[in-house]
Each structure stands twice: as structure tokens, then as C-alpha cells.
Design a protein around this ligand. Structure first.
Ligand code: NDP
Length: 293
């Protein structure tokens, strides 16, 4: 038996089309064009690709895109000044500062300076706290993408045993919070978890957000489980080139799982689609507009 492959690329395209339709309605009914500002400090090549893709997809969704590319030597004070200006700019509804930042800048200070109402990455402590306490929040994009993909297989997640491997603030913890809100029984595993393979084997829904290439083997997967692989790891392909692999050993796991996301083409494309959704949502809230049902 081979698992159903969850096509994140197609699902993300559908979500982007929904967002574009929402943007068009907002323009037509209220004359409002959502605006997303993306700030890149330095020349990290992977970040530059992400920022370019974000800008392109923002414009394709009918929104305004504001890109700020700063030199790697930009001071923290100058970056915080820019963030404050974006907070005050009514044309900017969402602000994203691309991580990682150069070593001399404290990412926590930057995230803390972003207006929580414009924090479309959902990393501000106000949004993290709102998510944890069940209040409406801007929720981190990759975790929302994971839940949307899981719901393709289980429209109602209630009662499922969910295991999240990884406890970072940007992926593991918010995924766990979202799954808890969906009434899963949630276990969070991390580098100090004992017998992590045994913990994974309990999961009806296994979310891997570890950053270790193919760590989760086929034998760690419960037969029929749904596996959501967040990992993006670049490994040598043997012929001198590099290839992307997830945190799950895909070829093994697909023999055991009921459904699985591929890497690339699974969670990855969902992240920008959810960022656009957050930007639309943030714009509506800033204008006191309810999301249409
Ligand atoms: P972090 O490095 O911040 O967190 C990794 C987590 O994995 C930590 O909680 C760590 O535990 C845990 N971990 C590490 N080793 C083990 C182990 N041997 N057993 C169990 N747990 C372990 O990574 P991120 O959360 O930022 O990212 C995770 C992965 O997701 C990466 O591959 C990243 O590239 C990818 N990613 C993909 C995105 C996308 O758009 N698809 C977006 C963001 C990330 P501890 O806390 O104990 O150290």
C-alpha cells in the first residue's frame, strides 16, 4: 500500500485564488487595497528567494507589495525605526521582517516592535498569547498551512492523537496550539524526549518540524497515519548538486502512512498562501470589517 500524497502546491494555489477573490471584494466594496511590507536585511540567498516569491505572489493576489532591502550592516536602531514607520503607514496592513537577521540584531526586539495588528507572521507575543488563550489572533503561517493540509484528509480532527516533533516558537508550539484548538490529543516531542520513535508511533497525525534530514523513519509511523512534513533540508545529491528533503524519510514513510506531504510541494507552498490570507485578514480587522462567512 502506498500513501495518498497531499498536494500542497495545488491546495496552496486554491487558497491564493480564494485570497485574491477576497481582495477583489474588499477593493470593490470598500476601495481598500491590502498592503504587505517585507523587510530583508542582508543577502542570505535563501531569504532573498523567499522575499522575491512573497512579493510576486502578493502582487498576483491583487495586494500592494512594499519591499525594503537593507544592507547587512544596518543597525538595530535603524531597523526598528523602519518598523515604526511601517506601523504608522496606513497603506501597510502587514509587516514581515525576514528571519534570520544578521547576528548584531536581536530578532526578539524587532518582533516586539511590530504592531501586533500588522504582525502577519504571528510571532509577536500578543498574537502567541491570543492563540494560546483561544482569542482571535494572527497565527504563524506554516502552522496554519499544516492544519489546512491535515484537514484535507480529516475534515474533523477531533479526538485524533497528534504528535508534533519540534517545539520552536515559529512552528512546533503554534502547530500544537492549533491542533489542541481542533480537539486533538496533542503530544509535543523534542530533543529531550525519551523513545521518540515510540511516541511517534502513537500518532494518528504526525507533524515533523525538526530540521534534521529524514530523521523520522518508516518504522516510526503508525500504519494509516497522516504525516505532515515541515522540514526543508538541503542535502548533497551525490553528483555534486543539492536536493531538498524533509524531516521524514519519504520513501519509507509512504509505504506505511495513509497520507503524507512531499518535500518539496507539501507544506512549503502553503506558507506564503497563509501569509497572504493573514494580510487580508489583518486588513479587514484594521478597518473593522468582519470576514465574510
Ligand atoms: P528549530 O531548529 O527552531 O526547532 C527544531 C526543533 O526540533 C526543536 O524544538 C528541537 O528540540 C527539535 N529537535 C531537534 N533534534 C531533535 C531530535 N533528535 N529529536 C526530537 N526533536 C528534535 O527549527 P524550526 O522549527 O524553525 O524548523 C523546523 C524545520 O521546518 C526546519 O527544517 C525548517 O527548515 C523547516 N521550516 C519550514 C517552513 C516551511 O515553510 N515549510 C517554515 C519554517 C521552518 P529542542 O527544542 O529540544 O532543541
Amino acid at each position: 500500500m502506498s500513501a495518498r500524497i497531499i498536494d500542497g502546491k495545488a491546495i496552496a494555489a486554491g487558497l491564493r485564488a480564494e485570497v485574491a477573490a477576497g481582495v477583489a471584494r474588499l477593493k470593490e466594496s470598500h476601495g481598500i487595497t491590502p498592503g504587505l511590507a517585507v523587510v530583508l536585511v542582508g543577502e542570505d540567498p535563501a531569504s532573498a528567494v523567499y522575499v522575491r516569491n512573497k512579493g510576486r505572489q502578493t502582487v498576483e493576489a491583487g495586494m500592494a507589495s512594499f519591499e525594503h532591502r537593507l544592507d547587512a550592516s544596518t543597525s538595530q536602531a535603524a531597523l526598528l525605526d523602519l518598523v515604526r514607520r511601517l506601523n504608522d503607514d496606513p497603506a501597510v496592513n502587514g509587516i514581515l521582517v525576514q528571519l534570520p537577521l544578521p547576528g548584531h540584531i536581536d530578532p526578539a526586539a524587532v518582533i516586539d516592535t511590530i504592531d501586533p495588528a500588522k504582525d502577519v507572521d504571528g510571532f509577536h507575543v500578543v498574537n502567541a498569547g491570543r492563540l494560546a488563550t483561544g482569542l482571535p489572533a494572527l497565527v504563524p503561517c506554516t502552522p496554519v498551512g499544516c492544519v489546512i493540509l491535515a484537514k484535507q484528509v480529516h475534515p474533523d480532527l477531533t479526538g485524533l492523537e497528534a504528535v508534533v516533533v519540534g517545539r520552536s516558537n515559529i512552528v512546533g508550539k503554534p502547530v500544537a496550539q492549533l491542533l489542541l484548538a481542533e480537539n486533538c490529543t496533542v503530544t509535543i516531542a523534542h530533543s529531550r524526549t525519551r523513545a521518540v520513535a515510540d511516541v511517534c508511533r502513537r500518532a494518528d497525525l504526525l507533524v515533523a518540524a525538526v530540521g534534521r534530514p529524514e530523521m523520522i523513519r518508516g518504522g516510526w509511523v503508525k500504519p494509516g497515519a497522516t504525516v505532515i512534513d515541515v522540514g526543508i533540508n538541503r542535502v548533497a545529491a551525490g553528483d555534486g548538486t543539492a536536493r531538498l528533503v524533509g524531516d521524514v524519510a519519504f520513501d519509507e514513510a509512504r509505504q506505511v502512512a495513509g497520507a503524507i506531504t512531499p518535500v518539496p510541494g507539501g507544506v512549503g507552498p502553503m506558507t506564503i498562501a497563509c501569509l497572504l490570507r493573514n494580510t487580508l485578514e489583518a486588513t479587514r480587522r484594521q478597518h473593522g470589517l468582519e470576514a465574510p462567512g
